[in-house]
Design a protein around this ligand. Structure first.
Ligand SMILES: [Zn+2]
Length: 180
């Protein structure tokens, strides 16, 4: 092999490694180090780092597996299926990119009315950020009307679903509107 060919090969190798590190090793949102879900342990004595990834229910998680990419700093994980970064948590103040005031400040009903974990979510696809707070609660007209008033005041969308599976309970999701 002549000298020039060796130099060329070294240059190609260097280019590849630079390209790989910038594309795969840093979180596009916070710059943190990326790893794969399989290398992270879910500490069940603490709130889940990302409920989208570790939902701890008996339902299989169809969207994330051990090979999914996750940030070790902000715990956003990349969904290939939806082509976006996503994190969910029961802790509204635990998001490295703070949730918008309307979602973070949503007045959660009293514990006696809440029938599930209250889950805050953030999804990031390029410049597009969507957020939500969702939970199951008792089916109550006065609660629903409070939720609707809050959503109107803060320019948020609201979904109320009565799925019939669980009597007298409703699923409520308060979501940011898509920014056109
Ligand atoms: Zn990150």
């Amino acid at each position: 092999m002549n000298q020039r060919l060796i130099q060329l090969l070294i240059a190609i190798l260097l280019l590849c490694s630079v390209h790989r590190s910038s594309a795969a090793d840093a979180c596009p949102v916070c710059g943190g180090k990326l790893t794969t879900v399989g290398t992270v342990t879910d500490d069940r004595t603490k709130p889940s780092k990302n409920i989208s990834v570790w939902n701890r229910s008996i339902c299989a998680n169809m969207f994330y597996d051990d090979a999914s990419v996750i940030c070790t700093q902000c715990w956003l994980s990349y969904s290939k299926q939806f082509q976006r970064w996503e994190r969910s948590s029961e802790l509204p103040d635990s998001f490295r990119r703070p949730l918008s005031a309307g979602i973070r400040g949503f007045p959660v009903p009293p514990a006696k009315n809440i029938k599930s974990l209250v889950v805050y979510s953030q999804q990031i696809a390029g410049a597009k950020v969507s957020e939500s707070v969702a939970f199951w609660c008792t089916d109550s007209d006065s609660l629903i009307s409070d939720f609707r008033a809050y959503a109107r005041k803060h320019n948020l969308s609201i979904r109320v679903e009565m799925q019939g599976r669980v009597r007298k309970q409703i699923y409520v999701a308060i979501e940011t509107k898509p920014s056109a």
